[in-house]
Design a binder for this molecule. Sequence first.
Ligand SMILES: *Cc1c(COP(=O)(O)O)cnc(C)c1O
Length: 456
Amino acid sequence: MPHPDTRTLQQLDAAYHLHPFNDNAALAKKGTRLLTRGEGVYVWDGEGSKLLDAFAGLWCVNIGYGRPELGAAAAKQMTQLAYYNSFFSCTTEPTIRLSAKLAELSPHDLNHAFYANSGSEANDTILRMVRHFWAVQDQPQKNIFIGRHNGYHGSTVAGASLGGMKGMHAQGGLPIPNIHHIDPPFWFADGGDMSPEEYGLVAARRLETKILELGPERVAAFIGEPIMGAIGVYIPPMSYWPEIERICRKYDVLLVADEVICGFGRTGEWFGSQYFGFKPDIMTIAKGLTSGYIPLGASMFNDRIANVLASQGGELAHGYTYSGHPVCCAVALENIRILQEERIVDTCKSDTGPYLQQRWMELGAHPLVGEARIAGMVGALELVPNKPERKYFAERGKVGVLCRDIALKNGLILRATYDSMLLSPPLIISRSQIDELVEKAWKSLDQTAKEIGIAV
Ligand SMILES: *Cc1c(COP(=O)(O)O)cnc(C)c1O
């Protein structure tokens, strides 16, 4: 059923709502897409169209749409105690229980949660805590962060600075001082004749070169997404992260895994660091932590850092009004309960994940696809002009947007970054829904190829 007020709502939206990551003038002309309802892997728009959301909102609706238990958990907590702060020696039960739960779920000794409202803010917390950590140990000059070009760590001042998106740096005078970037690991465009595993080592050693260039005594931390999401799902070779870890240990540089996308089952493991086999000192979590039902992020610190901050850190001059918000923590707890009790992460690892991988890789045979890649339930298709060559279209991004819009008409939501079609469905997607997804993707690729004159 179309929403009766769709047109009016679109007009109000154009008049009064500035959208993030959009050209707002162009958007106002085109009209925004109104989403009205969600259930499982499907959402409905204002025109009444049912869409298979193969992007889980924005990498986040891991348990799928429409679970009443999360609403009930929020309503219960709101009724009992809607809010209290974590400042002034106070706390609430859901905040405590979630912290203990996160310590249990997190790998090795990432046992200490500091709460924020988003992934961006959690990365801001990390920037300040890490610099403070070194400063209180008489190394205030050890304050440089190294990230990666085209990495994404959010949109606040610290988040966007740690990230390596040029377009974001250009607005607002970023990055802030003492943040450097190295090239990301992306074998498709950068690996040349090397095998992916050889290339993974080469890409990781860029970190060592940068540390030596800056001086190890000045480098505080390295931050990276286990799988780089926003730029186009760059899945590094398995050799990459263990080598990064070795280099960080050698120079006593803290290793930060931004798990905002990879966390809570996306790779078939609870966290991306477990998928790649490395041990970060700090991790950022958000998105899948609540399956997007309510905003919540956290920075998880290991024992070493938490002990130094507790014993030498003095009063931490940092915090948010909503740090550890009881309603958000109650919803996160319910989300984690569902992920565990319904064995959603296990199923993604052993059953539906491998099935999605097999079917997604079949799309790699399409004439328009230069590479299909996937880990767990996060993947991409690299659209190319000449199939055998690992080369981009001359004008990047046009074909990706075309394919995205065609897919939408076919009832499938995929995201396009340049000409990479990105996949990140709710983890509860079934085998028959995977078949539907792949069938719609193939049809959309066919139609896109036809539009641009590539024979299928
Ligand atoms: C989305 C994202 C963020 C930012 O999270 P917000 O909740 O949007 O602030 C940070 N890091 C990664 C890897 C992300 O994908």
